[in-house]
Design a protein around this ligand. Sequence first.
Ligand code: ADP
Length: 984
Amino acid sequence: MDEQNADTEHHVTITERASSFGYTEEVEMEVMSEHDGDIAQEEELHKVDEHPMELESDVDDSILSRKADMDAQARKKILEDLAEENFKRGNKVFIFPTSIKSDQIIELYLNRSLSTLVNEPEVLLSGAFNGWRWNFFTEKLHKSDLNGDWWSCQLYVPKEAYRIDFVFFNGGDIYENNNSEDYFLPVESRMNEEAFEYFLLEEKQRELERIATEQAERERQAEEQRRKEEEKAAIDADRAQAKIDVGRKREILQRQMKLATTSLENVWHIVPNVFTDGKTVRLFYNRSSRPLAHATEIWIHGGHNCWSDGLSIVERLLPAEKKDGDWWYADVVIPDRALVLDWVFADGPPQRAIVYDNNSLQDFHATVSKCMSEELFWVEEEERIFRKLQQERRLKEESVRKKAEKTAQMKAQTKESTMKKFLLSQKHIVYTEPLEVRAGSTVAVLYNPSNTVLSGKPEVWFRCSFNRWTHRNGPLPPQKMVNAENGSHLKATVMIPADAYMMDFVFSEREDGGIYDNRNGMDYHIPVSGGILKEPPLHIVHIAVEMAPIAKVGGLGDVVTSLSRAVQDLGHTVDIIFPKYDCLNLSNVKDLQFRQSFAWGGTEIKVWFGKVEGLSVYFIEPQNGMFWVGCIYGRNDGDRFGFFCRAALEFLLQSGSHPDILHCHDWSSAPVAWLFKEHYRHGLSNARVIFTIHNLEFGIHHIGRAMTYADKASTVSHTYSKEVSGNPAIAPHLYKFHGILNGIDPDIWDPYNDKFIPVSYTAENVVEGKKAAKEALQQRLGLRKSDYPLVGIITRLTVQKGIHLIKHAIWQTLERNGQVVLLGSAPDPRIQNEFVNLANQLHSSHADRARLCLTYDEPLSHLIYAGADFILVPSLFEPCGLTQIIAMRYGSIPVVRKTGGLYDTVFDVDNDKERAQAQGLEPNGFSFDGADSSGVDYALNRAISAWFDGREWFNSLCKRVMEQDWSWNRPALDYIELYHSSRK
Ligand code: ADP
């Protein structure tokens, strides 16, 4: 530090200290000097003294009290002057000090005689700060000792105040309120109206955070309590187990102890013949006329207490110089806590022995003298067993915890890298600099119109707002974009407000509008981080008839559950309304309880509530037995599901729920769209209807009607949305129709945490994991346990799934020396029959290499996904398809026909490198066009050859597909966008 700076430092210190005492020499001088000194003096007199204790050490007492006297006199004089002057002017109110600074105490004076309160015995002040927005207060005024009818009170002005608003009253209904205009005083402060808005938002956010923290703490305590109870229950269980174990042991040992002796005449004896545990004894064995009479070596294999700890003694015997027989001996240490010594003799150590003398299958048993009472021994034994059980349990818990940690960590990493990819994937159209948009910062938005409707326009205008167009300042004025340095993009610069959580924008060709690029009606949205406000959650209600794992028939069931979980994970509220089928898999419903019932549609409708995979599910059970038919589909479905949709809406209305989004699926819950618009739009006025087509093949009439009524519609992949866009049910509604790819739930499909496969694996040990799974699969299905390329097929056996291609592929795989496993069931009995015949035929011709399992078997499907090298999906059409996605999660390579979602998720290693790259991906499988056998052969032959020809490459492909993220991380964001766009 140089000298000048040192000086400055010094000066600052003195000033700070002086002001903290409440006065300085300088101030005193100013007070003496007339008018403007008044203010300085006033300020000092009203400063909130934060360090009163520091007075004593530095300042002399007598000087201090003299100064205080002078201060009081000066103060009184100023107040008297102010009172007189204000009275003369007819002012009812004055304050001291005359200008207000924040973080100060002021005094307010009212001249009662001039006010409406002239005859009132009580005078009170009622007010708040900043335009009556904050910190309301009421103070009692006291008659002051100034001349005239002046009443006063003190008031602390907080540092957040920029104005004070107040009125006086008598404690009842007589007010002195400045002729109905109220009084207000400006406060000199760092706060202003704009900053105060932010302060309020921050305060609200802090309050929400406080509530959230308290809630989290309550949950933590509840969790802690639960953990303690579990721990206690575990201890009790281990104690009980130890008791049982020890009882069993004691019984066996007592039986054994009866057989134990101190010697066997002319066969064995021990020296000394009385011994205790821990001692070394010499065991003699006479092998003449025994099985080991001619062995070259003699060994003892021993243990204790009925072999309770297994083999613990192994010694080689030496010849003994003893007469009367062929005696051998070994020195043996008696194991701790032995009551009985158990052993056999053999002609070698454990791995080499062939001939044994095991006392005619009874083994030998010697009695060990006890060092302690038998009761004490068993008490100790029980304790030992208990401790062992405890330790085993701890180790198990620890490994479960570690696994959960790793799972969470991998999940977070995937999520983060997908988010980054998502932001970058729009780069050819729009991106920001910096990529992460932070509240309170300035960012550049770069836009390339050449791929949009604004291509070739001479001007582009940027129109932006925040918080999904709801920001309190409204949209920013349109901004003409300028050329960016990179030559390809246009640029606009935006200041992100501190309370933004989302940046929203569109582009137009003119300042006043014209043609817009609003991303097909969705607008552009970029999340803003670090803001003082968080996005308010949406309340979404799914009305659906399938849901994994309680009632799943196909992909629809998977999607309802996994989409809901992903959206819930993003902080939104999700409920599901579901039929209470009698065939529900109730073991997967937690805490099922009756909620309410209401009369509707000529019957009583009971509503139940339970948790499924962490989701809140309301079960609708009409007492007319509509869902007591033993199946999900196949019994008057139109009527049953129509009734269910209406009952679901009725339940929402009756329970006073106000969801933002009603999401219905396929023809089965399509009626929600028009029933809502026709009957419930007013009662559930907040809601918008989203309709998702999972398969256009069924119930087209219902689908067409729902397309008309829904606010937004989607289908389950981009390519399928294009494939069906010409359908008359869809074509008129393309403006509100979007393709959003399905994802899978990474917790439900997770080879690292899958109880149906033998070895947990991630991309790192995929080869080892899949090898074990393949062996288990071969074992389970009775296939030859050898390293073949294994093709798996998991499907509903319907025409859609390319039945003739599946059959061809089975034979082709066998032809190429592979193994095939098919898991599938056919709703159509004729098709089921065909496959039963094929299964029989294969059983006689290729029993060791082909197995068709013609049932629905969820656990087996997991083992096939893990154990197969390839999963074949030759569908004739496929809206999305989940099997190829699940396959990749398990490191199996998809072999697919290029249609619908199969086209969007599988990129051929030979033909789709560029298409994959455009999505930031690497190729991940094999695919084919056409719908004949040569198409299948083209893909399957390349796949199997790749397996035979380059296992290293093949293994790296397995690793690569596992690392790709086909979960809901990305599509869930698209659904949230769709939900929001329906609310615009
Ligand atoms: P779809 O919905 O047309 O049947 P998807 O590929 O979208 O086809 O979804 C099929 C889902 O059903 C996947 O989760 C798949 O594992 C499962 N699945 C299909 N057939 C069976 C079966 N026989 N046993 C077990 N799971 C099956």
